[in-house]
Design a protein around this ligand. Structure first.
Ligand code: ZN
Length: 387
């Protein structure tokens, strides 16, 4: 019999072995499930039914009867914490730390749990102490993440940068966007202290850490503008065009001011028209329209607005214009046009900005959501009611 035929005979044997293996697993599983106390199942049922208080009661009683079960203690501690009962969570986790029989990994986990309990209770000094003791290993990234949050909550940006770098190293995942934000915060502190040189220095560092980050560019341009370095400010903001064109809306007014100082507003209008083609967002459209009215006249501005309407589904800024213009530009007086612009602007202000993560609405743009505390979750262009 040749080689290929031998294999044909072997197939049924493999199926038989697989079937036996499956039988053994099922048997073991059945044995294990019989050992699970009914109270444990009861606790799980409460959890599944989202009756957390009852689940905690049942599992806490069970953990007293089963003091050797480390996993059960961790589960009860986590439940207490998630239920806001931090002191009880701490008692459970500190009890675990007192045990001499924990493996190194379990000890790290218990140290992390105590650190997290202190963090949740706002006792940052003690939390920091424990979180730093977690050390390397599988619990290190979680501990570093909490340490970053702890430093951010306390505005300790230098430390946040250091730990974010460690986290990057530990996980192999980039934290550069976050690091850039921390460096911008350091820059803002220097600026508030009147040291623009250091403020600019930190913004440059932020851009080195994350060249595509829009925030340092926005801030850098603002400092340069405040120093009368209009051309440099324009150059800095022009970098946003390639990476984050939608952020141009945030600096559009400042850009117009810079061009005004340099006597180059017509160039600004041409640039805005190009950008509006690329990113027809509300902020850019309304400013392009205003500039067009000012520099080219009402008729050209209305032609422009019609062109924009074909390109964007964001009708919010243009609905009042359309209602009043009604295809007869000649009848629109300067006063009417000013009123239209005012209405369109007010419409924008009524809508504001929206957090992509938690849906929190705000009138101003935030780099970090005041509600969910996440970075870069606000769409840079304001949201209008337009369809
Ligand atoms: Zn949010």
């Amino acid at each position: 019999m040749d080689f290929e035929n031998w294999w044909l005979l072997a197939f049924p044997s493999f199926f038989l072995l697989g079937w036996l293996a499956a039988k053994i697993d099922v048997k073991q599983l059945m044995n294990e499930s019989r050992k699970i106390p009914s109270t444990y199942i009861e606790g799980l049922n409460f959890l599944l039914n989202e009756e957390k208080d009852k689940a905690i009661d049942v599992l806490a009683k069970l953990s007293v009867n089963e003091p050797d079960s480390v996993e059960l203690q961790f589960a009860v501690g986590s439940l207490f914490r998630s239920n806001g009962e931090i002191q009880k969570a701490l008692a459970v986790h500190q009890g675990l730390l007192d045990r001499p029989d924990l493996t190194n990994a379990q000890r790290s986990r218990a140290v992390l749990a105590v650190g997290e309990d202190f963090f949740k209770s706002g006792m940052y000094d003690r939390a920091e102490d424990f979180l730093k003791r977690v050390g390397s290993g599988e619990y290190s990234p979680h501990a570093l993440r909490l340490l970053i949050d702890l430093y951010v909550n306390q505005n300790e940006w230098h430390r946040a940068v250091d730990v974010a770098n460690q986290l990057q190293f530990a996980t192999g995942r980039s934290s550069s966007r976050e690091i850039a934000h921390f460096m911008v915060e350091i820059s803002a502190l220097h600026r508030a202290g009147g040291d623009d040189v250091k403020a600019i220095d930190w913004l440059r560092k932020a851009l080195k850490a994350e060249p595509s980050a829009p925030r340092p560019r926005v801030m850098l341009g603002e400092i340069l503008k405040s120093q009368g370095r209009y051309l440099e400010a324009i150059h800095e903001w022009s970098q946003l065009e390639s990476e984050s064109v939608s952020y141009i809306g945030l600096v559009a007014d400042a850009l117009i001011e810079c061009h005004d100082k340099l006597g180059t507003k017509i160039q600004c209008l041409e640039k805005f028209k190009q950008l509006a083609e690329l990113s027809p967002n509300h902020d850019l459209l309304i400013r392009t329209f205003k500039l067009s009215v000012e520099l080219e006249g009402q008729e050209d501005a209305c032609d422009l607005s019609r062109n924009f309407l074909k390109r964007t589904s964001d009708l919010g800024w243009a609905i009042p214009l359309l209602d009043l213009i009604k295809n007869d530009v000649a009848e629109v007086s300067k006063a009417d046009m000013d009123l239209l612009i005012e209405m369109a602007t007010k419409y924008r202000q009524d809508e504001g900005y929206l957090c992509d993560s938690c849906g929190f609405r705000a009138h101003a743009h935030y780099w970090r959501c005041p509600a969910c505390r996440l970075w870069d979750t606000y769409t840079p262009a304001s949201i209008s009611k337009g369809v």
